[in-house]
Design a binder for this molecule. Sequence first.
Ligand SMILES: [Zn+2]
Length: 299
Amino acid sequence: MESDFRRWQIGDVRVTRVVDATADDEGTRISGFILPMATPAALAPYAWLRPDYVDPQGRPMLSVHALVLETPTKTIVVDTCLGNGKQRTIEFWSMRSSPFLEDFARAGFDTGAIDVVVCTHLHLDHVGFNTVLRDGVWTPTFANARYLMSRAEWEHWKDAPDEVGPVVADSVRPVIEAGLADQVEMDHVICDEVRLLPTPGHTPGHVSVAIESQGASATITGDMIHHPCQMARPEWSTVIDSDGAQSERTRRAFLEGHTDSRKLVIGTHFTGSSAGYVVREGDAYRLSSEPAMASGRAK
Ligand SMILES: [Zn+2]
């Protein structure tokens, strides 16, 4: 069913959201762990968060989804969610059996026809479907794709201890060993319409993904911003950011650069419609479904 899938058209680039874990899943309540300051009381003043981004109790919700970009020359998957059958210490994210790949096919995509997989960073909820278990071996899901990760990100994780499970071993090394991975610069250009945008802080080599085509533009956040409440409170870095101060600097610069513009912001973990425009609100920002500026370059 076509209508299951949220889609955006950015000039010549079509973007499709394929969800792995929804706001209804227990796992999305992980926001209470990573943003402990975002309590229902703290979020209550921000009425615009309801109902898309907080649950009826006022708790922040998160979605885990992949975004598929179809450009005139390439089909690109940005982040591959949690994956199936993976041993993790976070109980509700362990040994999952999500219909993600069935949904991916239902949305009209063929894993064998994906040209590029972008890992915004190497956390477990961004690399899971990099691989699937075949005959007991973790095997690249997208057999004909180049898997891109920033060089800085790989340098950070390649010798890091397993904290939440063998993420690098089951979801990253197999694509490297299959010869499918490229470690790239953080401002790498993928094609005419799509390039990486350095947004370090959540992790050292974290990147966002910028789309520009026919005068239209959109940015996929990755985990530079986990939840829209961080627009109201840009100083709220998550407890899992590798450098909270850098994360805040990155977020503030990004938000200021996108304020009152026609640049769409597509959130990697945003629930609801998962996208909107940054508008100024007091001394901070909020996410709006409409750009504040009526003028400017329309698509
Ligand atoms: Zn994440």
